[in-house]
Ligand binder design. Structure first.
Ligand SMILES: [Zn+2]
Length: 68
């Protein structure tokens, strides 16, 4: 099963969340808040499931936001 991974906004390095779930499951919880202690910059990063992506999927969980 794929792992949910986030990106550090300062170092652009991947942060493993330790959460393993399927895309279908995560897409139902896109607004779920998550906080991660970043191993790269040492800060606590806050976001939602929608900010992450799955290790075995090449595309983000959330669809691109429309500009209009
Ligand atoms: Zn960081």
């Amino acid at each position: 099963m794929a792992q949910l991974v986030f990106h550090c906004p300062y170092t652009n390095q991947p942060i493993p969340s330790g959460i393993e779930a399927g895309a279908d499951c995560l897409r139902k919880a896109l607004d779920y808040p998550i906080s991660l202690r970043c191993p790269h910059c040492g800060l606590l990063h806050h976001g939602t499931i929608a900010d992450g992506y799955l290790t075995d999927e090449g595309e983000p969980l959330a669809p691109p936001r429309a500009n209009n």
